[in-house]
Design a protein around this ligand. Structure first.
Ligand code: RNT
Ligand code: ZN
Length: 415
């Protein structure tokens, strides 16, 4: 292993790439792992079936049914993925005990104390999301609703989430990224496009008007192009969220499943970085639509990673994953996606960015295509294997043996 690594290192060095430096940078780059892959976005608050124009398909056995199971499953993934990880929670994953039950507008930090304990023991940071779907008051519009009571309910919910985010940051000593995404939209041609957006804007202003520590809670707003059953109009469109985020000094969040099929987030990132100090991402894999397939080590994932690295933005781009596949072993799905985003970052860190930039400025486009293509068969895998080894996680597909063992011992025993 070490010999292959040493040889690969020499090969990359000839291109001017410092492999050790790359591994060092990768080691501390956090990837926020979404808790919702483990239970098909169900959560623990039992407020309603999955809604909001998103969909999980498949019924592979063994999904987590409660917080203990979900935490055990997350632990399993953490053992199999190298690098620095954070956990991204949704408000619907509040933990109620002793028969207590409060509605979403009344959740408190204490409903997440078990998550904080979990994170502390594993030195993980926590990120957070208000949950404005899968709830009786989210059957129509939420923060853009014409009904003031419904808007107020969700405003209170998001304010409660700000307090919970601040609690996470206080307890764990690392800022909490709090992402607001609303599913609001319409199936058919609207009679009015302006007012729902205006109400959304005013609701957001009200949410953000309470006091919270802006160093501790990094609020971001996620845009979308359409949802299932809401194909004709999306309140929180790209233009809305970008302008809102810019004028209110919060972060934009780009999910690469939330654009038209020929648009790519890899191309958008540099433009965003010129105007925002920090940008948040949901890395996912849209197949024909916002299908939230498992993240692959594919061209677009690599290209996104390259943009983060070559624009020197590893501290400015906050990367989280967002997919949910219920048709395969859910833990394997998590591992594949998590390992792939790490691979993509490593791949990006092993590119001769200076050389390629200079070639471009000198008009030497031949050099760019030649190097880019040759790099595809460089001994990247030897460095990836070495990285897994020094992180004490399984090398190559051997992680899947662990998952299969866990499936037999744990998952198949779940009803
Ligand atoms: C939906 C958004 C959103 C959700 C999660 C569960 O299209 O991508 O981020 O997937 O909040
Ligand atoms: Zn998303």
């Amino acid at each position: 292993m070490n010999q292959r690594y040493q040889e690969a290192k020499t090969i990359y060095k000839k291109l001017g790439v410092d492999v050790e430096e790359a591994l060092k940078k990768l080691q501390t780059f956090p990837i926020s792992m979404h808790c919702w892959q483990g239970d098909d976005v169900v959560g623990f608050d039992g407020a309603g079936a999955l809604s909001g124009g998103i969909q999980t398909t498949g019924n592979y056995p063994g999904k987590a049914r409660n917080y203990q199971e979900l935490m055990n499953d997350i632990d399993e993934v953490l053992k199999l993925v190298p690098g620095t990880k954070r956990i991204n929670l949704h408000a619907s994953y509040a933990i109620f005990e002793d028969g207590e039950k409060v509605d979403r507008n009344a959740i408190e930090p204490r409903h997440f104390s078990k998550w904080v304990e979990f994170a502390k023991a594993r030195h993980l940071g926590l990120d957070f999301n208000p949950t404005l779907f899968s709830h009786p008051l989210a059957e129509g519009l939420t923060l853009s609703s014409p009904n003031k009571d419904i808007r107020d309910f969700w405003i209170q919910h998001c304010q409660a989430c700000l307090r919970i985010g601040e609690y996470f940051a206080d307890e764990l000593g690392t800022p909490c990224l709090m992402n607001i995404w609303i599913p609001d939209g319409l199936k058919d041609i609207p009679g009015d496009r302006l007012l729902p957006r205006k109400r959304f804007m005013e609701s957001l202003d009200q949410i953000l008007s309470i006091h919270y520590d802006k160093e501790k809670v990094l609020v971001c707003l996620e845009s979308k192009v359409f949802g299932i059953g809401m194909e004709s109009y999306t309140v929180g469109s790209s233009e809305f969220t970008m302008n809102y985020a810019k004028t209110r000094n919060i972060l934009p969040l780009m999910d690469n499943g939330h654009y038209h099929p020929t648009e790519v987030v890899s191309d958008k990132l540099s433009a965003m970085l010129l105007f925002y100090d920090k940008v948040a991402l949901h890395v996912t894999r849209p197949v024909r639509w916002d299908s939230d397939h498992v993240v692959l080590f594919d061209d677009e994932t690599k290209e996104i990673a390259k943009e983060i690295v070559r624009n020197d933005a590893m501290e400015r781009v906050l990367v989280g994953l967002d997919f949910f596949d219920a048709s395969i072993n859910r833990i394997a799905a998590w591992c594949v996606g998590m390992r792939n985003i790490q691979k993509a970052m490593l791949y990006a860190l092993l590119q001769p960015h200076e050389m390629l930039k200079n070639a471009q400025d000198q008009g030497d486009f031949t050099q760019i295509i030649v190097i880019n293509e040759e790099l595809k068969t460089y001994p990247f895998n030897d460095i990836w294997d070495y990285y897994c080894e020094i992180n004490q996680v399984p090398v190559r597909e051997s992680w899947y043996d662990e998952v299969k063992k866990y499936e037999i011992e744990v998952l198949t025993k779940r009803g």
